[in-house]
Write a protein of this length. Structure first.
Length: 747
């Protein structure tokens, strides 16, 4: 039975796998041949290689609609996994427009949201209670700092962020403390990192809490130790779809493989040429070895681009073709030829910003929208010169990727109050707000509470209830703590009868938190009060307090106001998934892009990821793309001579227009020569090989050749040579590396 409209009537029994039904016209109209093949190939493993701008979201949603409309599965038998809440929301909205209310019951969300949903059903399998808290990054850091202090580890030598990052990388690989190889003990925290990892996990369980990495890690543990639970979900999910598969880490990969073992109807959509998040744990090997992992898998390439002009696609394709680690595809388009990619050479960063500002003003004067312009930088410090220039011109702009709504101080404080009311064992929330606003509960009181809580293995809230009945505390502190404990208990009692937005407003008022900001005379106090009002208003969209708190933990996003006409500034990493009419790509210089640290730390693998990042930047542009590079760049307050990026030399001359000041930069035909032999436009030609350190003897930071140094990642080593702020170092265990002097200290 095929539907000619929305699926409002009940479905009959799902069809058996293997039966072939063409996609109905009402939702599949307009698909090209490759898209239709990706939609209709539903049985068995499928990898859809979806190039930039080839309509992958439409393919995903239409594939879901096809499975439902052809009665192959109920909505509850479909699992669709994305990486961002925005992508999940867009997919759900599109699907509901196509098939109507039948989208209800579908398991659609981010990896973390789906994993949290499963964990809520089986928390006891990993030693948690159903109302466990999901910690954010700030609370994770505070917890690690507490553990470092308790273990007498110097947090200046071994910062909490470094320790946490190492533990998160293990979680990304699906490793619990007992599974971490001893060879990875390393030098962090004096070789005690695995022990700290174990203590961290034990502390999380004591707090009845999990962090983001635990959501997948606990899921793997449940599947490994409770085969009946795994079998239930394997039977449940008849079809699994995964978006942005190239960005999956090892834990996500293992999680997906386990769930797909029974039916093997796993469809992964991704682009190996857009894998740019290895620093977040993404493993490009997951997509490159798909055929090996799933024998007999169908590989479908989406190559028709609906976004960019032929010149932009040709430039991007020629660039990415230099990579060896890729499955390969060629983008093409039926759109008009359009303008060539502009390649601009400038003297320095200030001139670069002036040129970009002038180009944007000229475009805007002709009726172009500022919101359709993006400046995509490799490093955050690059935005400063553009911001200063735009302020001078009066050109409105926004920096995308700044502090988000739920990360602001006043919002975190308010959420801590709500978390403590909802989950009394949340010690991190208790510590954050027990003396906020100030109540006279100082360090001595908190030390007493911690001592009692550890001795009796109880949360701080319970310890406080006991200590206010004894004489350990001074009378004033005892009264203040007792008043706070009674208030929290009273608010918790109101939670079942008072609507949660009203409860939040009452908590903020009665706690004195609102009054604290009302009395604050700083310029940002009014804005903080407005943010608190917005927080209370946002809660009305959720059924209860628990649902709102989980939403905050999983989302941590505040959508930008897209109604105003502003130029967009952001990093290349932050631009993935977005598109604009006009894109400027500044700073294409060796050492900046490709970034020197990426090459030093990961070699060819790092270089290829940097090239994929350049590919992502170019393919964000619909109509106009401009690449620029400077002869001089001020980095961290110091001027450094620069030369064009090797990526500049890889752009095809037939598809670029090169513009440079006469005598300053070589024309397009000589870019490759300049890149390979050194810059001749500084007055003399360099004779050393590209990226080789010159034989200087000291850096601006005071390091000399022969100095013995310590690096937190590479350990101890000796300086071989110096190039400005860069040090060529022979490390005892890591070998030869090039690092910035700000990352090392004298041993």
């Amino acid at each position: 039975m095929l539907y000619s409209g929305t699926m409002s009537e009940p479905l009959s029994a799902p069809l058996e796998s293997g039966s072939s039904v063409a996609a109905p016209a009402f939702y599949a109209a307009g698909l090209n041949d490759a898209q239709r093949l990706a939609v209709e190939t539903v049985d068995g493993p499928v990898l859809v290689l979806a190039g930039a701008g080839t309509g992958k979201t439409r393919v995903l949603t239409t594939r879901l609609a096809h499975i439902l409309a052809t009665r192959r599965a109920w909505p509850s038998q479909l699992l669709a996994v994305t990486f961002t809440n925005r992508a999940a929301t867009e997919m759900r909205e599109r699907l509901e427009r196509q098939i109507g209310e039948r989208a209800e019951g579908l398991w659609l969300g981010t990896f973390h949201a789906i994993a949290a949903r499963i964990l809520r059903r089986h928390p006891e399998a990993v030693g948690l209670k159903p109302n466990f808290t999901i910690l954010d990054a700030d609370d994770q850091l505070r917890l690690v700092k507490q553990i470092l202090a308790a273990e007498n580890i110097d947090d200046k030598r071994w910062p909490a962020r470094t320790v946490l990052g190492a533990m998160e990388r293990w979680k990304d690989r699906g490793l619990v403390p007992d599974k971490v190889p001893e060879a990875e003990r390393g030098e962090i925290a004096n070789g005690r990192l695995i022990e700290l990892y174990r203590l961290y996990q034990e502390r999380l369980r004591a707090l009845n809490a999990a962090d983001f990495g635990d959501l997948l890690l606990h899921g793997l543990t449940i599947f490994a130790t409770r085969p009946e639970i795994l079998a239930d979900y394997q039977q449940r999910f008849k079809y699994i779809l995964v978006d942005e598969y190239q960005d999956t880490n090892v834990a996500q990969y293992l999680w997906l493989r386990l769930l797909a073992q029974k039916h093997r109807n796993l469809c992964c959509v991704g682009d190996d040429d857009q894998s740019i998040y290895s620093w977040r744990g993404a493993e490009i090997g997951n997509i490159l070895r798909f055929e090996k992992d799933f024998p007999g898998a169908a590989i479908i390439r989406l190559e028709q681009n609906y976004r960019s002009t032929p010149h932009i696609l040709a430039a991007a394709s020629a660039l990415i073709a230099q990579n060896e680690g890729r499955l390969g595809k060629t983008l093409w388009t039926q759109s008009n030829e359009g303008d060539r990619v502009v390649l601009r050479g400038v003297w320095d960063g200030e001139e670069e910003a002036r040129w970009v500002g002038d180009e944007i003003e000229a475009m805007h004067a002709k009726g172009g929208k500022l919101s359709e312009v993006a400046i995509l930088v490799r490093a955050g410090f690059q935005t400063r010169e553009f911001e200063e220039r735009f302020l001078t011109l009066g050109l409105p702009y926004r920096v995308i990727g700044g502090l988000r709504f739920y990360e602001r101080q006043e919002i975190r404080d308010a959420l801590a109050y709500l978390r403590l009311v909802h989950q009394p064992a949340d010690d991190l929330a208790f510590e954050r707000i027990v003396n906020l606003p100030r109540r006279g509960i100082g360090d001595t009181t908190m030390q007493t509470l911690h001592t009692l809580a550890r001795a009796r293995a109880m949360p701080l809230n319970e310890a406080a209830q006991d200590v206010i009945t004894t004489d350990e505390l001074k009378p004033a502190a005892r009264r203040a703590l007792g008043s706070f404990i009674n208030d929290v208990a009273r608010w918790r009692g109101l939670a079942d009868t008072l609507p949660h937005p009203e409860l939040a407003a009452q908590i903020l008022d009665e706690s004195g938190y609102t009054a604290m900001w009302q009395a604050d005379k700083s310029p940002d106090a009014p804005g903080r009060l407005e943010n608190l009002k917005e927080l209370v208003a946002a809660m009305a969209e959720f059924e209860n307090l628990a649902g709102f708190l989980e939403h905050v933990s999983l989302v941590m996003e505040n959508a930008a106001d897209n109604s105003s006409d502003m130029v967009n500034l952001m990093t290349l990493h932050g631009a993935k998934g977005l598109e604009f009419d006009t894109v400027f790509l500044p700073g294409w210089e060796e050492g900046l892009f490709p970034h020197q640290r990426a090459m030093d730390e990961s070699g060819l693998k790092g270089l290829e990821e940097e090239r994929r990042l350049a590919y992502v930047g170019l393919t964000r542009a619909r109509r106009h793309a401009s690449v620029s590079y400077a002869a001089n760049r001020r980095i961290h307050g110091q001027w450094q001579a620069a030369m064009p990026s090797r990526f500049v030399g890889e752009l095809p001359q037939d598809h670029i227009d090169s513009i440079a000041e006469p005598g300053l930069y070589p024309r397009a035909g000589k870019l490759e020569e300049a890149w390979s032999s050194g810059p001749s436009f500084y007055g003399k030609r360099a004779t050393a090989p590209l990226l080789a350190p010159v034989a200087a003897t000291t850096t601006p930071g005071g390091f000399n050749r022969g100095d013995r140094i310590f690096h937190q990642k590479f350990g101890y080593g000796t300086v071989r040579s110096v190039e400005g702020a860069k040090l060529a170092i022979t490390f005892e265990k890591a070998g030869d590396k090039m690092v910035m002097d700000s990352f090392v200290e004298k041993a």
